[in-house]
Design a protein around this ligand. Structure first.
Ligand code: SF4
Ligand code: SF4
Length: 164
């Protein structure tokens, strides 16, 4: 298992072409069978990787916010919706609400200071427990260089599928 973020970044540069070949390979596989493997590997790595010692997704990615996430966040921060949106929220060209600041304003060291009130998009990241892995390949591989869970799941998946 590799956890060092610099090493993961370096390997991801080196394996760009290999990962593109792996994406093509995965497209030809049985989707349900891949989901079973990915869910199993995700369970293994999420239980062995401590997100409170990482926080790299909060440094590099902006979660999409729902109004229901904002309901919870304003309660936790004891601020008005209007003030919260003015200070923390922006809208992208697709109309999605996102946090303005990157790294996230609520990241303290490597931990989320609002962990129990964090948005659903944060708590469900990196989304590997969801079905249809082979329909979401490009989005998932964008997280390969960022998230040690994604990196290790994909590397072990290559071995399990005798890719290489
Ligand atoms: S709210 Fe917490 S979990 Fe979500 S991006 Fe910010 S620091 Fe990370
Ligand atoms: S989800 Fe991935 S990138 Fe985010 S803190 Fe956990 S291991 Fe790190």
């Amino acid at each position: 298992m590799i956890l060092d973020l610099q090493e993961i970044k370096k390997i991801s540069e080196e394996r760009k072409k290999e990962n593109l070949r792996f994406i093509s390979f995965l497209k030809g596989q049985n989707s349900a069978k891949i989901d079973v493997l990915v869910h199993k590997l995700n369970g293994l790595y999420t239980s062995n990787i401590d997100c409170t010692q990482c926080g790299n997704c909060c440094v590099h990615l902006r979660p999409i916010l729902a109004e229901s996430d904002i309901d919870i966040l304003i309660k936790a921060l004891k601020v008005s919706r209007q003030k919260f949106k003015k200070v923390y929220v922006m809208t992208d060209e697709e109309g999605d609400m996102l946090f303005k600041k990157l790294p996230c304003a609520f990241l303290k060291g490597k931990k989320c200071s609002l962990y129990t009130s964090r948005p659903e998009d944060c708590s469900s990241y990196p989304h590997l427990y969801k079905d249809n892995f082979t329909s979401r390949l490009y989005g998932i591989f964008e997280n390969y260089a960022i998230c040690p869970i994604v990196f290790n799941v994909i590397e072990e998946l290559k071995g399990k599928l005798n890719f290489r």
